[in-house]
Design a protein around this ligand. Structure first.
Ligand code: KIV
Length: 284
């Protein structure tokens, strides 16, 4: 059977039961999808953060379904083991269950997604029910939901105060009841994330929600240090690729200008046979 070793939604839920932490990370293209999968993450999210970290939009709002399909296809080609979840972009599902089904259906049929993620609580439960009813695994997303950035008035901590906490807890229970298999909690106090995690049976995946969630997700470009100057406090940079890339390209430019690149080992001799394959250098 194809994909027999792929991580499934059921396995993700079981990880919570076994108290095993769940690891999710974003990817938006083939090479990084291959790398994060080889590194052994459980879930790869083609997030609509795509719009901000790859396409250069100011918010996630302009991201289209076509863009998500395009990038998801590349990610799916690179991932052999992890579950590939994909964000439903702004206004491709808020308009009702039929639109949600059409949009998620395209992500599954055309792009090869295994699950979809949508933002919102009780307000999107009819959509969640329709998707799950059609056999589409759904991840919920509560707290700082970037598609509502203009309602929040900026990227601010959510769920502060008991009233907001109660609303978020009720939304989490509603999403579980509607059939979501997993829940992203973004930018909420650690204590509230712990309360949500303890009050539902589906796993919570935190981002800026402290250590007491069932798993964690980070935006790949944030943790690799390639997202520009601003870095939210909850992001740990595991690498500083911005510097590495700038230095490497600067060195290349310098060597070309100085006539140092290409060197003899990067050039072909005229006696090399035209019919044989192009010789490659050995992998380092
Ligand atoms: O779009 C995204 O990358 C996300 C994660 C931050 C959870 O929704």
């Amino acid at each position: 059977m194809a994909n027999a070793k792929r991580v499934t939604a059921t396995q993700v839920v079981k990880k919570k039961q076994k108290a095993e932490k769940i690891v999710m990370i974003t990817a938006y293209d083939y090479p990084t999808a291959c790398l994060v999968d080889e590194a052994g993450v459980d879930m790869v999210l083609v997030g609509d953060s795509l719009g901000m970290v790859v396409l250069g939009y100011e918010t996630t709002l302009p991201v289209t379904l076509e863009e998500m399909i395009h990038h998801t296809k590349a990610v799916v080609r690179g991932v052999k083991r992890a579950l590939v979840a994909v964000d439903l972009p702004f206004l491709t599902y808020q308009t009702g269950p039929a639109d949600a089904l059409r949009s998620a259906g395209r992500l599954m049929k055309e792009a090869g997604a295994t699950a979809v993620k949508l933002e919102g609580g009780a307000n999107v439960c009819p959509q969640v029910r329709a998707l799950v009813g059609a056999g589409i695994p759904v991840i919920g997303h509560l707290g700082l939901t970037p598609q509502s950035i203009h309602v929040f008035g900026g990227y601010k901590l959510q769920g502060r105060g008991e009233e907001a906490a109660q609303k978020l807890l009720a939304d989490a229970r509603a999403l579980e009841e509607a059939g979501a298999f997993c829940l992203v909690l973004e930018c909420i106090p650690e204590e509230l994330a712990a309360r949500v995690t303890g009050s539902i049976s589906i796993p919570t995946i935190g981002i800026g929600a402290g250590a007491r969630c069932d798993g964690q997700v980070l935006v790949l470009h944030d943790m690799l240090g390639i997202t520009g100057k601003v870095r939210p406090r909850f992001v740990k940079q595991y690498a500083r690729l911005e510097e590495t890339i700038r230095d490497a390209v600067g060195q290349y430019a310098q060597e070309v200008r100085q006539g140092k690149f290409p060197a003899p080992e990067h050039s072909y001799a005229s006696e090399e046979s035209a019919s044989s394959p192009i010789p490659f250098l050995k992998k380092r």
